[in-house]
Design a protein around this ligand. Structure first.
Ligand SMILES: [Zn+2]
Length: 162
């Protein structure tokens, strides 16, 4: 399983859905405020789990973060995500250095987005299976002809190995 921070959630379709994805309510809420909010519905539909760490693991994360001097740079959301990864044994998907440092102390595995081959140049592209109309955001049903809209992704070439 992968635990996603809000930046990772924004990668939407580039995420490896088959590995099992989880995040916290607070990370979801951060994305809900932005333009990528509609991706969340798709991710939830595709199996994204909303989990909450237990209260006991929060102080363990804070202690580790204090040890590496990163506590002041971590938000409450960051701490909860670390706690969730700690409890579930999941791999944390984050590009945040302070979270990565703290994860190292806790023995939590993490990966950056680039290591996963996830780049933000990928854009949502949904295509209607009926009239082939394209949509920039995922929709369940084509508003024009009523057919199922399939979501695919479009990768921009030459950016992946950067
Ligand atoms: Zn259509």
């Amino acid at each position: 399983m992968l635990v996603l921070d809000s930046t990772a959630l924004r990668a939407g379709l580039s995420l490896p859905l088959s590995e099992g994805l989880a995040t916290t309510q607070s990370a979801m809420d951060e994305v809900r405020l932005g333009p990528e909010a509609r991706m969340l519905d798709y991710l939830v539909e595709a199996g994204l789990k909303l989990l909450q760490p237990s209260a006991e693991s929060i102080p363990r994360v804070e202690k580790a973060a204090r040890e590496c001097g990163d506590l002041a740079r971590l938000s409450r959301t960051d701490v909860e995500l670390l706690a969730l990864a700690l409890e579930t044994g999941a791999t944390l998907l984050t590009d945040d250095y302070s979270m990565q440092n703290t994860a190292n102390i806790l023995g939590v595995r993490w990966q950056g987005m680039k290591q996963r081959g996830i780049t933000e140049v990928r854009k949502w592209k949904a295509v209607c299976s009926g009239c082939r109309r394209r949509f920039d955001e995922p929709v369940a049903e084509c508003p024009v002809c009523g057919s199922e809209v399939r979501v695919g992704r479009k990768a921009v070439r030459g950016e992946k190995s950067k």
